[in-house]
Design a binder for this molecule. Structure first.
Ligand code: ADP
Ligand code: MG
Length: 288
């Protein structure tokens, strides 16, 4: 491959909002046969909105929201932002907390008036009432629990919708001969619902994956002979982006993701992934 043609390819990419970090990256782009897509912030807008609140006992919905929002005001996660925004919209006061702890891929925790309040996945709680277990398995949103001293007392569901372009973009990737996978820290139920909406096979959905395990899923595909592109936006995607044969970060995502990737997609749209693949194939065809 002549360097000039490759540079022309990267220049063309830049015009399309596809920032390719070096001319040699076009070669790995061309060889890709598998595309692993993160869910939140990649296939979806990453701007979920709070919907249902289910509470147990005498707990009021507003009290559940108030405690959850206070804890989540310390977190940058999309679920946290949805909860804090809903509290603001409803005029619920954000009380101060101490000892905030971020629990990556699981939730967050802080102390409010000497009581430990946790928001996040069921695994974080010693006790989850049956009514809340049922809420976790219902609907297509992401349901997180709120609890005091290890006992879950309420369930909050946030819904994040696919980007309008995601389904067509996944179809384009298939036409290019690539196999799409969905890799997410979110639960199986939500992951499958989104996969159905965008056209990813149920067998190719890996849900409930902790941030530190995402890269291992990419590695497992590589060990099966796949040449893998990983597309993500979050801090939790960084190691997987680095592990992949080709890492692609959404421009709207975190700096860590962009730094770990080979390509940054300024349009923040899965359609740009198909554009990047198309561009590399065209560039290298011209060279040969
Ligand atoms: P994804 O892979 O979809 O980008 P993450 O790994 O960031 O998702 O998070 C996985 C799951 O962990 C979320 O769907 C949510 O259930 C839970 N979670 C993570 N961070 C928080 C938080 N700050 N508050 C509540 N739940 C959280
Ligand atoms: Mg994400």
């Amino acid at each position: 491959a002549t360097p000039t043609a490759l540079l022309t390819g990267t220049g063309r990419g830049a015009e399309m909002g596809i920032l390719i970090k070096g001319p040699q990256i076009l070669e790995s782009t061309r060889r890709v046969d598998t595309v692993v897509l993160d869910k939140t912030g990649t296939l979806t807008t990453g701007e979920p909105v709070l919907g249902d609140i289910v509470t147990t006992g005498s707990l009021a919905e507003e009290a559940a929201l108030k405690a959850a929002a206070a804890v989540e005001s310390g977190s940058e996660h999309p679920v946290a932002r949805a909860i804090v925004d809903a509290a603001r919209d409803r005029g619920v006061e954000l009380v101060t907390t101490t000892a905030f702890t971020n629990l990556p891929g699981q939730g967050a925790r802080a102390t409010i008036k000497d009581t430990e309040v946790t928001v996040g996945k069921a695994d974080l709680f010693a006790e989850v009432p049956a009514q809340l277990r049922a809420a976790l398995d219902a609907g297509t949103g992401t349901t997180v629990l709120v609890g005091w001293n290890g006992i879950a007392r309420a369930a909050l569901t946030v819904t994040d919708t696919p980007r309008p372009t995601s389904a067509a973009a996944v179809a384009r990737l298939r036409e290019q001969g690539l196999t799409p996978y969905l890799l997410t820290g979110d639960n199986e139920h939500t992951a499958r619902a989104i996969a159905r909406e965008v056209g990813i096979d149920e067998a190719n959905v890996d849900a409930g994956v902790l941030p530190q395990d995402k890269f291992a899923h990419v590695k497992a595909l590589q060990e099966r002979g796949r040449v893998v592109a990983m597309v993500g936006d979050g801090v939790n995607d960084a190691a997987a982006l680095a592990q992949a044969d080709l890492g692609m970060a959404m421009g709207s995502g975190t700096d860590v993701a962009a730094e770990s990737a080979d390509i940054v997609l300024m349009r923040s749209d899965v359609d740009a992934v198909a554009d990047a693949i198309g561009l590399s194939r065209k560039t290298l065809r011209i060279i040969k």
